[in-house]
Design a protein around this ligand. Sequence first.
Ligand SMILES: Cc1cc2nc3c(=O)[nH]c(=O)nc-3n(C[C@H](O)[C@H](O)[C@H](O)COP(=O)(O)OP(=O)(O)OC[C@H]3O[C@@H](n4cnc5c(N)ncnc54)[C@H](O)[C@@H]3O)c2cc1C
Length: 371
Amino acid sequence: MKTTDVVIIGGGVIGCAIAYFLRKQHIDVVLLERGEIGGQASGAAAGLLAPPGPLTGPGPFADLVLAGFASLAALVPELEASSGIHLGYERPGALRIVRDQKRVAHLQKRFANWQALGLPLYWLSGAEACQREPLLAPDVCAAVYSPAEAQIQASSVVQAFAQAAQLAGARIYPHHEVAGVLTQQDRAIGVYTTQGETITCNHLVLASGAWAAQCCAWFNVTLPVSPLHGQLIALSQPMPHLKHIIFGEAAYLAPKGETLFVGATREDMGFDTTVVEKGSSWLYETATRLIPALAQGTIQASWAGLRPRTPDRRPIVGFLPPWENVLVAAGHNSVGIILSALTGQCIAEMVTTGNTPPLMQNFTPGRFLNI
Ligand SMILES: Cc1cc2nc3c(=O)[nH]c(=O)nc-3n(C[C@H](O)[C@H](O)[C@H](O)COP(=O)(O)OP(=O)(O)OC[C@H]3O[C@@H](n4cnc5c(N)ncnc54)[C@H](O)[C@@H]3O)c2cc1C
């Protein structure tokens, strides 16, 4: 039987970031992952660090996303140095475009809301947008240019957190599925795996992504986290290459070297991660409407993952009442990569101090538990 200070269930970007920040505080950690590290949503993500998308204006969620955006960007040099893994972080800037005059007023309204967030943003006419990104469809009639938006290689971020945590002494076990928990009064005292191994602990962190509700059920707590299927395709970059991240018509195009990621669908498919042909066709057709030069290309790859969805589209991070030493870090919806470093820092602080950092106070499990 193993014993540790903290057991983390889930080896996605959230669990691995938590392991990394706990080890920075010299806390003993065991992370258990059912499959491969980064094998679920975190490995499937596009890696966009594009805060305005999910935000409608200032407020606690905007504060959280903008703080997450800043803390991941600031961590890149340290994480690359401590893991030896290149993260592919870059700031190409983003263009949010419309091709239909009827949509201009809607984009203008969003532009006004986003300006209140304090990010540098510029309103462009269609001609100005096409000058900045010559591959855009000639019928683009307006755009918002946002030079601060960035991207990263999502799968590398997960591997880097895991590698750096492991080099600092974390014990990370892929292919170890947690089957249940051991409890005593209001405390978790350990977990057991499907292989029959027991690990005892002082704290338990549920970082099991779209499967968080199943882990909470072990504690007789119902948390509304459910899977939302998302699919991406990869195309060859046209010549000359697309330079910016492009958002339009409910899709995005992200230039990654010689490749272009196009995402992402949103479908209710339960826990099924199958790639759906209809979704790939929709992504390809939308991409070619926005960038006509892509019509000569073919789909090189397609893949899918399960976003951990919550009813209010906000993450759930904090202690799981009435359990004294059980924490949840799940439900990161479409912003789990952006929020990974900040979530890791906050959970490490909660484990060491027992306090919820002010930024996370609106996002604790309590909001769904009527307490
Ligand atoms: C198509 C797509 C595109 C996306 N693009 C972006 C983006 O551009 N930017 C961004 O910020 N976010 C993006 N996201 C969202 C982001 O991927 C997620 O919010 C994030 O990966 C969630 O991380 P996680 O660690 O909570 O979940 P996961 O990566 O799913 O990890 C949870 C892990 O827990 C494991 N697990 C579950 N139950 C158990 C158990 N009983 N025992 C052991 N292990 C268990 C699972 O196997 C899994 O590996 C995207 C998501 C998708 C699907």
